[in-house]
Design a protein around this ligand. Structure first.
Ligand SMILES: [Zn+2]
Length: 175
């Protein structure tokens, strides 16, 4: 009898644990959804906190509102011959697809042709997903693919995406 009651107690404990796990997972999922709603992407460690930038300037070419971008991003994407022009300046990123300009500071302007990569055809720079693919596959499928890739290999938006930020908010907004 004693053995049965011990087994019974253990069984109950394991059920309790399962219930606790389910509640825990639900809480985590809720937090994730709340964070997504705030515009923060879970799993994107390099840029989750930097998605909302209040530091903006107007692009001197197209007059679009342009957010500040880190030097690390600018240096990672410029062709080597432009490195000397970067200096110790604050750069802003023009996100207008129709504008030829990509980065500007008080004294320096870089155009899309000054970058090592092509910009206008890509939706996700970390995992090389084209805009065409998003149009074909649909945004939800592509976002799921990006999330899965983030989990397995991790992203590096700060050195691959010209904005220095995660592409997911942009994809969410554009499609
Ligand atoms: Zn511009």
């Amino acid at each position: 009898m004693a053995i049965i009651s011990i087994i019974g107690r253990l069984f109950r404990r394991s059920i309790d644990k399962t219930v606790k796990d389910i509640i825990y997972i639900k809480i985590i999922k809720t937090i994730q959804v709340v964070n997504l709603n705030k515009g923060e992407i879970m799993g994107c460690k390099c840029c989750s906190t930097s998605n909302i930038s209040k530091d903006t300037k107007v692009c001197p070419l197209c007059h679009s509102k342009s957010e500040k971008v880190g030097e690390k991003t600018v240096l990672s994407l410029l062709k080597e011959e432009n490195y000397d022009l970067v200096g110790n300046q604050e750069f802003y990123y023009c996100n207008n697809q129709d504008c030829d300009l990509i980065y500007f500071s008080e004294n320096t302007i870089f155009y899309k042709k000054d970058l090592k990569i092509t910009v206008d055809d890509k939706a996700c720079f970390c995992f090389d997903i084209s805009k065409e693919e998003v149009e074909k596959e649909g945004k939800d499928k592509v976002l799921d693919k990006i999330k899965a890739n983030m989990k397995s290999t991790g992203c590096s938006c700060d050195v691959k995406n010209p904005s220095g930020k995660c592409c997911m908010n942009q994809i969410e907004k554009d499609y």
